[in-house]
Design a protein around this ligand. Sequence first.
Ligand code: PDD
Length: 275
Amino acid sequence: MIIFQNRFMDREEAKVDMEDRGYQFGDGVYEVFRIYDGALFDFDNHLDRLVSSAQKIRIELPLSLNEIKKMLMGLVKENSLVNGTLYVQVTRGVANRTHHFPEHPKALLTAYTKQSERPFETTNKGIQTILMDDIRWLRCDIKSINLLPNVLAKQTAKEQGCKEAIFHRDGIVTEGSSSNVFIINGNDLQTHPANNLILNGITRRNIIGLASGLGLNVKEKPYGVEDLLASDEVFVTSTTLEVSPVIGIDSTVIADGQPGPVTRKLQERFEGRVL
Ligand code: PDD
């Protein structure tokens, strides 16, 4: 079962209109949720971010927040999803192709679940990454379905045998193509501030909270590529990658090519939160 055009149906029934503005203009927003043991992780924060992304691009949600919440929980239950992800997207709907908003827009919500295992391979062993120029727009705080720069970066990383591309804008590290980036030096944990240049990840927020609890000195402050490459430890966070240690960036080896002790500690604490 899926949700398509604001109602439940079978996947086979769903047909995207050629003039859906999401399809033609990338005019929409999305959210990815993780389900652990049948429960939606940090559900309300993900929902809030969906609402906020929609507001920022002036899309009026087609249903009340309560209705959306109920439908999404219903979908997870209906599909008997125990471990996996829930993808939700809202587009500005269908209208004759013209750039400005339709006179009477009717936003369309799509949601579907996918069963998937947790990323133990990457969280245990760590990941290789590459650095790339951040060529995205200046509203990366919006979880927009316009993901072309992210898609190109991820593909380049894959072609180089890497799991993630780390973006930098004029030498300042922003975030990964689909994750947030943290560095550790001694007792300091640093990550780019949550402004218009990054997506304020839900996993990022959880890690910041857990780090403070561990007595780490959390700094939400920009840092450069040189700092990144010289750090004791580096890791990325996301709903799908969880807390994945970075063990290499281009030809630079990080933390002797092993997940570092502070990253391990944070992973442990994160584990306690999701299960
Ligand atoms: N991406 N930054 C970007 C650009 C992202 O696309 C994501 C998540 C994150 C991490 O956010 P969170 O911790 O809330 O998942 C940061 C999702 C997983 C995706 O596009 O598949």
